[in-house]
Design a binder for this molecule. Structure first.
Ligand SMILES: NC(=O)c1ccc[n+]([C@@H]2O[C@H](COP(=O)([O-])OP(=O)(O)OC[C@H]3O[C@@H](n4cnc5c(N)ncnc54)[C@H](O)[C@@H]3O)[C@@H](O)[C@H]2O)c1
Length: 320
Protein backbone atom coordinates (compact mmCIF):
# COMPACT_ATOMS: atom_id res chain seq x y z
CA UNK A 1 0.00 0.00 0.00
CA UNK A 2 1.46 3.35 -1.07
CA UNK A 3 0.31 5.82 1.57
CA UNK A 4 0.50 9.60 1.63
CA UNK A 5 0.12 11.37 4.97
CA UNK A 6 -0.57 15.08 4.58
CA UNK A 7 0.60 16.56 7.88
CA UNK A 8 2.71 13.44 8.31
CA UNK A 9 5.50 15.07 10.33
CA UNK A 10 3.03 16.17 13.01
CA UNK A 11 1.84 14.57 16.21
CA UNK A 12 -0.85 12.15 15.01
CA UNK A 13 0.66 11.90 11.51
CA UNK A 14 3.99 10.64 12.81
CA UNK A 15 2.29 7.97 14.95
CA UNK A 16 0.23 6.91 11.94
CA UNK A 17 3.46 6.72 9.95
CA UNK A 18 4.83 4.30 12.58
CA UNK A 19 2.05 1.90 11.55
CA UNK A 20 1.86 2.59 7.83
CA UNK A 21 5.55 1.94 7.14
CA UNK A 22 4.78 -1.69 8.01
CA UNK A 23 2.44 -1.81 4.98
CA UNK A 24 4.54 -0.22 2.26
CA UNK A 25 6.22 3.03 1.21
CA UNK A 26 4.96 6.17 2.93
CA UNK A 27 5.16 9.75 1.69
CA UNK A 28 4.90 12.53 4.26
CA UNK A 29 3.78 15.93 2.93
CA UNK A 30 4.21 18.67 5.51
CA UNK A 31 5.07 22.37 5.58
CA UNK A 32 6.84 21.81 8.94
CA UNK A 33 4.97 24.74 10.51
CA UNK A 34 4.33 22.52 13.54
CA UNK A 35 5.60 19.07 12.59
CA UNK A 36 9.24 18.06 12.96
CA UNK A 37 11.41 15.80 10.81
CA UNK A 38 12.76 14.43 14.11
CA UNK A 39 9.35 12.78 14.74
CA UNK A 40 9.85 10.58 11.68
CA UNK A 41 13.65 10.53 11.45
CA UNK A 42 13.91 6.75 11.97
CA UNK A 43 11.62 6.04 9.01
CA UNK A 44 13.40 8.57 6.79
CA UNK A 45 16.82 7.17 7.61
CA UNK A 46 15.63 3.59 7.03
CA UNK A 47 14.20 4.56 3.62
CA UNK A 48 10.71 3.51 4.64
CA UNK A 49 9.31 7.04 4.30
CA UNK A 50 10.00 10.13 2.21
CA UNK A 51 9.40 13.66 3.41
CA UNK A 52 8.17 16.23 0.90
CA UNK A 53 8.26 19.74 2.34
CA UNK A 54 5.20 21.44 0.91
CA UNK A 55 2.04 23.32 1.75
CA UNK A 56 -1.55 22.25 1.18
CA UNK A 57 -2.18 25.69 -0.34
CA UNK A 58 0.50 25.03 -3.01
CA UNK A 59 -1.90 23.14 -5.27
CA UNK A 60 0.56 22.18 -8.01
CA UNK A 61 3.08 20.68 -5.59
CA UNK A 62 0.32 18.96 -3.67
CA UNK A 63 -1.18 17.46 -6.83
CA UNK A 64 2.20 16.20 -8.05
CA UNK A 65 2.74 14.55 -4.65
CA UNK A 66 -0.72 12.98 -4.43
CA UNK A 67 -0.34 11.22 -7.81
CA UNK A 68 0.51 7.53 -7.62
CA UNK A 69 -0.67 6.80 -4.08
CA UNK A 70 -3.31 4.25 -3.05
CA UNK A 71 -4.63 6.23 -0.10
CA UNK A 72 -4.34 9.77 1.25
CA UNK A 73 -4.49 10.42 5.00
CA UNK A 74 -5.31 14.12 5.27
CA UNK A 75 -4.29 15.37 8.71
CA UNK A 76 -2.84 18.84 8.03
CA UNK A 77 -4.82 21.67 9.62
CA UNK A 78 -4.53 24.51 12.04
CA UNK A 79 -4.07 22.51 15.24
CA UNK A 80 -5.29 25.12 17.75
CA UNK A 81 -8.96 26.09 17.79
CA UNK A 82 -8.25 29.31 19.68
CA UNK A 83 -5.85 30.67 17.01
CA UNK A 84 -8.96 31.32 14.93
CA UNK A 85 -9.88 34.08 17.39
CA UNK A 86 -6.84 36.09 16.29
CA UNK A 87 -6.70 35.09 12.60
CA UNK A 88 -10.19 34.55 11.27
CA UNK A 89 -9.06 33.33 7.79
CA UNK A 90 -6.80 30.66 9.25
CA UNK A 91 -9.29 27.79 9.47
CA UNK A 92 -10.91 28.77 6.18
CA UNK A 93 -7.52 28.45 4.43
CA UNK A 94 -5.80 25.68 6.45
CA UNK A 95 -9.00 23.67 6.88
CA UNK A 96 -11.63 24.25 4.22
CA UNK A 97 -9.55 25.34 1.21
CA UNK A 98 -6.75 22.90 2.04
CA UNK A 99 -9.26 20.02 2.14
CA UNK A 100 -10.74 21.13 -1.17
CA UNK A 101 -7.20 21.17 -2.65
CA UNK A 102 -6.55 17.63 -1.40
CA UNK A 103 -9.83 16.35 -2.86
CA UNK A 104 -9.32 18.10 -6.18
CA UNK A 105 -5.75 16.79 -6.41
CA UNK A 106 -7.10 13.29 -5.81
CA UNK A 107 -9.92 13.66 -8.34
CA UNK A 108 -7.59 14.87 -11.07
CA UNK A 109 -4.94 12.20 -10.46
CA UNK A 110 -7.28 9.25 -9.99
CA UNK A 111 -6.51 8.59 -6.32
CA UNK A 112 -9.75 7.44 -4.75
CA UNK A 113 -9.30 6.74 -1.02
CA UNK A 114 -9.18 9.52 1.59
CA UNK A 115 -8.97 9.30 5.36
CA UNK A 116 -9.84 12.58 7.10
CA UNK A 117 -9.12 13.81 10.64
CA UNK A 118 -12.25 15.53 11.88
CA UNK A 119 -13.14 16.37 15.44
CA UNK A 120 -15.73 16.16 18.19
CA UNK A 121 -16.08 19.93 17.81
CA UNK A 122 -18.53 18.98 15.02
CA UNK A 123 -21.14 18.41 17.75
CA UNK A 124 -21.08 21.99 19.02
CA UNK A 125 -21.76 23.12 22.56
CA UNK A 126 -23.63 20.23 24.11
CA UNK A 127 -22.75 18.04 27.05
CA UNK A 128 -24.98 15.28 25.66
CA UNK A 129 -23.03 12.22 24.49
CA UNK A 130 -23.19 12.39 20.70
CA UNK A 131 -23.32 9.57 18.18
CA UNK A 132 -22.32 10.17 14.56
CA UNK A 133 -25.80 11.33 13.47
CA UNK A 134 -26.40 13.66 16.46
CA UNK A 135 -25.71 16.84 14.53
CA UNK A 136 -28.42 19.04 16.02
CA UNK A 137 -25.86 21.54 17.37
CA UNK A 138 -23.61 23.35 14.91
CA UNK A 139 -19.91 23.97 15.69
CA UNK A 140 -19.12 27.07 17.78
CA UNK A 141 -15.49 27.69 16.70
CA UNK A 142 -14.00 28.59 13.31
CA UNK A 143 -11.92 25.42 13.67
CA UNK A 144 -15.09 23.34 14.13
CA UNK A 145 -16.71 25.14 11.23
CA UNK A 146 -13.78 24.17 8.98
CA UNK A 147 -14.13 20.51 10.01
CA UNK A 148 -17.84 20.70 9.19
CA UNK A 149 -17.02 22.18 5.78
CA UNK A 150 -14.31 19.57 5.18
CA UNK A 151 -16.70 16.73 5.91
CA UNK A 152 -19.32 18.24 3.61
CA UNK A 153 -16.79 18.61 0.77
CA UNK A 154 -15.71 15.00 1.21
CA UNK A 155 -19.32 13.82 1.09
CA UNK A 156 -19.85 15.75 -2.15
CA UNK A 157 -16.67 14.33 -3.76
CA UNK A 158 -17.74 10.81 -2.74
CA UNK A 159 -21.14 11.26 -4.36
CA UNK A 160 -20.07 13.21 -7.46
CA UNK A 161 -16.65 11.75 -8.29
CA UNK A 162 -16.62 8.23 -6.85
CA UNK A 163 -14.13 8.75 -4.02
CA UNK A 164 -14.20 6.55 -0.91
CA UNK A 165 -13.78 8.23 2.47
CA UNK A 166 -13.21 7.41 6.11
CA UNK A 167 -13.92 10.37 8.40
CA UNK A 168 -12.90 10.17 12.05
CA UNK A 169 -14.17 12.59 14.67
CA UNK A 170 -11.48 12.44 17.34
CA UNK A 171 -11.74 13.33 21.00
CA UNK A 172 -8.72 15.21 22.35
CA UNK A 173 -5.66 13.25 21.30
CA UNK A 174 -2.71 13.04 23.73
CA UNK A 175 0.62 11.28 23.94
CA UNK A 176 4.33 11.49 23.15
CA UNK A 177 5.37 14.04 20.48
CA UNK A 178 2.30 16.11 21.38
CA UNK A 179 2.51 19.50 19.69
CA UNK A 180 -0.32 21.30 21.52
CA UNK A 181 -3.12 20.85 24.05
CA UNK A 182 -3.73 21.42 27.75
CA UNK A 183 -1.06 19.09 29.19
CA UNK A 184 1.73 20.52 27.00
CA UNK A 185 0.56 24.10 27.71
CA UNK A 186 0.58 23.47 31.44
CA UNK A 187 4.02 21.87 31.45
CA UNK A 188 5.51 24.71 29.40
CA UNK A 189 3.90 27.27 31.72
CA UNK A 190 5.39 25.48 34.72
CA UNK A 191 8.83 25.53 33.08
CA UNK A 192 8.44 29.30 32.70
CA UNK A 193 6.95 30.26 36.09
CA UNK A 194 7.86 27.43 38.49
CA UNK A 195 5.77 28.81 41.42
CA UNK A 196 2.29 28.77 39.91
CA UNK A 197 0.16 27.47 37.07
CA UNK A 198 -2.55 29.68 35.58
CA UNK A 199 -5.41 27.61 34.15
CA UNK A 200 -7.98 29.08 31.75
CA UNK A 201 -11.54 28.54 32.99
CA UNK A 202 -12.68 26.98 36.27
CA UNK A 203 -10.96 23.62 35.67
CA UNK A 204 -14.27 21.77 35.38
CA UNK A 205 -14.09 21.55 31.58
CA UNK A 206 -14.04 17.84 30.79
CA UNK A 207 -13.43 15.95 27.54
CA UNK A 208 -12.59 12.46 26.35
CA UNK A 209 -8.81 12.08 25.88
CA UNK A 210 -7.63 9.52 23.37
CA UNK A 211 -4.12 8.10 23.48
CA UNK A 212 -2.37 8.76 20.17
CA UNK A 213 -1.56 5.06 19.67
CA UNK A 214 -5.29 4.27 20.04
CA UNK A 215 -5.97 7.06 17.54
CA UNK A 216 -3.68 5.49 14.91
CA UNK A 217 -5.03 1.98 15.67
CA UNK A 218 -8.67 3.13 15.39
CA UNK A 219 -8.06 4.88 12.07
CA UNK A 220 -6.54 1.75 10.57
CA UNK A 221 -9.16 -0.57 12.07
CA UNK A 222 -11.97 1.33 10.35
CA UNK A 223 -10.00 1.55 7.11
CA UNK A 224 -9.24 -2.18 7.10
CA UNK A 225 -12.64 -3.52 8.15
CA UNK A 226 -15.06 -1.10 6.48
CA UNK A 227 -14.10 -1.49 2.84
CA UNK A 228 -15.93 0.56 0.21
CA UNK A 229 -19.13 -0.81 -1.30
CA UNK A 230 -20.87 -0.02 -4.56
CA UNK A 231 -23.09 2.85 -3.41
CA UNK A 232 -22.01 6.30 -2.23
CA UNK A 233 -23.40 5.48 1.24
CA UNK A 234 -21.08 2.46 1.35
CA UNK A 235 -18.14 4.62 0.32
CA UNK A 236 -18.54 7.26 3.06
CA UNK A 237 -17.78 6.05 6.59
CA UNK A 238 -18.01 8.40 9.56
CA UNK A 239 -16.76 7.31 12.97
CA UNK A 240 -16.32 8.85 16.38
CA UNK A 241 -12.92 7.91 17.77
CA UNK A 242 -12.62 8.49 21.51
CA UNK A 243 -12.68 6.59 24.80
CA UNK A 244 -16.08 6.36 26.48
CA UNK A 245 -14.98 8.27 29.60
CA UNK A 246 -13.58 11.79 30.10
CA UNK A 247 -11.07 13.75 32.18
CA UNK A 248 -11.32 17.22 33.74
CA UNK A 249 -8.87 20.05 33.16
CA UNK A 250 -8.40 20.21 36.95
CA UNK A 251 -7.11 16.65 36.94
CA UNK A 252 -4.73 17.39 34.04
CA UNK A 253 -3.39 20.46 35.86
CA UNK A 254 -2.79 18.46 39.05
CA UNK A 255 -1.01 15.68 37.15
CA UNK A 256 1.21 18.20 35.36
CA UNK A 257 2.22 19.91 38.59
CA UNK A 258 2.99 16.54 40.19
CA UNK A 259 5.04 15.40 37.16
CA UNK A 260 7.02 18.65 36.98
CA UNK A 261 10.08 19.53 39.06
CA UNK A 262 7.80 22.04 40.88
CA UNK A 263 5.22 19.92 42.74
CA UNK A 264 4.54 22.80 45.18
CA UNK A 265 3.37 25.13 42.39
CA UNK A 266 -0.01 26.73 43.08
CA UNK A 267 -2.79 26.07 40.57
CA UNK A 268 -4.76 29.28 39.90
CA UNK A 269 -8.07 29.02 38.02
CA UNK A 270 -9.16 31.94 35.86
CA UNK A 271 -12.88 31.25 36.34
CA UNK A 272 -15.72 30.85 33.89
CA UNK A 273 -16.97 27.57 32.44
CA UNK A 274 -14.73 27.60 29.36
CA UNK A 275 -11.12 28.39 28.41
CA UNK A 276 -11.90 30.80 25.56
CA UNK A 277 -14.81 31.74 23.26
CA UNK A 278 -15.47 28.75 21.02
CA UNK A 279 -14.14 26.19 23.52
CA UNK A 280 -16.71 23.48 24.21
CA UNK A 281 -16.53 23.03 28.01
CA UNK A 282 -18.15 19.62 28.24
CA UNK A 283 -17.67 17.19 25.38
CA UNK A 284 -18.88 13.59 25.20
CA UNK A 285 -18.52 11.40 22.12
CA UNK A 286 -20.15 8.00 21.78
CA UNK A 287 -17.63 5.49 20.40
CA UNK A 288 -20.28 2.79 19.83
CA UNK A 289 -20.16 2.66 16.03
CA UNK A 290 -16.46 1.88 15.82
CA UNK A 291 -16.93 -0.52 18.75
CA UNK A 292 -19.61 -2.34 16.74
CA UNK A 293 -17.00 -2.66 13.98
CA UNK A 294 -14.80 -4.46 16.51
CA UNK A 295 -12.54 -1.66 17.80
CA UNK A 296 -11.87 -0.93 21.48
CA UNK A 297 -9.44 1.68 22.76
CA UNK A 298 -6.64 0.27 24.83
CA UNK A 299 -6.52 3.15 27.29
CA UNK A 300 -9.26 5.02 29.17
CA UNK A 301 -9.25 8.80 29.11
CA UNK A 302 -7.62 9.02 32.56
CA UNK A 303 -4.99 6.44 31.58
CA UNK A 304 -4.25 8.24 28.31
CA UNK A 305 -3.82 11.56 30.12
CA UNK A 306 -1.61 10.02 32.81
CA UNK A 307 0.66 8.42 30.21
CA UNK A 308 0.76 11.57 28.10
CA UNK A 309 1.66 13.82 31.02
CA UNK A 310 4.55 11.51 31.95
CA UNK A 311 5.81 11.38 28.36
CA UNK A 312 5.47 15.13 27.79
CA UNK A 313 7.05 15.97 31.17
CA UNK A 314 10.07 13.97 29.97
CA UNK A 315 10.15 16.07 26.78
CA UNK A 316 9.62 19.47 28.49
CA UNK A 317 11.97 18.73 31.44
CA UNK A 318 14.51 16.42 29.80
CA UNK A 319 16.99 16.53 32.68
CA UNK A 320 14.46 15.34 35.30
N1 LIG B 1 -4.68 16.51 18.51
C1 LIG B 1 -5.99 16.53 18.75
O1 LIG B 1 -6.41 16.54 19.91
C2 LIG B 1 -6.97 16.51 17.61
C3 LIG B 1 -8.32 16.36 17.90
C4 LIG B 1 -9.24 16.36 16.86
C5 LIG B 1 -8.80 16.49 15.55
N2 LIG B 1 -7.47 16.65 15.30
C6 LIG B 1 -7.04 16.81 13.93
O2 LIG B 1 -6.04 15.86 13.62
C7 LIG B 1 -5.13 16.40 12.65
C8 LIG B 1 -3.71 16.26 13.12
O3 LIG B 1 -3.58 16.97 14.35
P1 LIG B 1 -2.28 16.92 15.23
O4 LIG B 1 -2.72 16.99 16.62
O5 LIG B 1 -1.39 15.82 14.80
O6 LIG B 1 -1.63 18.33 14.88
P2 LIG B 1 -0.18 18.70 14.35
O7 LIG B 1 -0.16 20.17 14.24
O8 LIG B 1 0.87 18.06 15.19
O9 LIG B 1 -0.13 18.03 12.91
C9 LIG B 1 -0.53 18.70 11.75
C10 LIG B 1 0.62 18.69 10.79
O10 LIG B 1 0.22 19.37 9.59
C11 LIG B 1 1.25 20.25 9.20
N3 LIG B 1 0.59 21.35 8.50
C12 LIG B 1 -0.19 22.32 9.03
N4 LIG B 1 -0.61 23.16 8.07
C13 LIG B 1 -0.09 22.69 6.90
C14 LIG B 1 -0.17 23.12 5.56
N5 LIG B 1 -0.85 24.24 5.23
N6 LIG B 1 0.47 22.42 4.62
C15 LIG B 1 1.19 21.31 4.95
N7 LIG B 1 1.30 20.85 6.20
C16 LIG B 1 0.66 21.54 7.17
C17 LIG B 1 1.93 20.68 10.47
O11 LIG B 1 3.28 21.08 10.26
C18 LIG B 1 1.85 19.41 11.31
O12 LIG B 1 2.97 18.59 11.09
C19 LIG B 1 -5.58 17.84 12.42
O13 LIG B 1 -6.40 17.88 11.30
C20 LIG B 1 -6.40 18.16 13.65
O14 LIG B 1 -7.38 19.14 13.40
C21 LIG B 1 -6.55 16.65 16.30
Amino acid sequence: MRSLIIGGAGFIGSHLADQLVLRGPVTLYDNLSVGKPAFVAGHLEAGRATLVEGDTLDYDKLRATVAGHDVVFHLAANPEARWGLERTRLDLEQGTIATYNVLEAMRTTGVSQIVFSSSGTMYGDTAEPCAEMDLGHLPISLYGASKWAGEALISAFVECFGLSAWIYRFGNVVGPRGTHGAALDFLKKLREHKTHLDVLGDGRQAKPYLHVTDCAAGILHGFDTQRPGATAAERLRVFNLAPPDFTSVKKIAELCVAASPYPQAEIRYGGGDRGWPGDVPQSRIKPDKLAAAGFRVRYSSDEAVGMAVDALAGEVFPAT
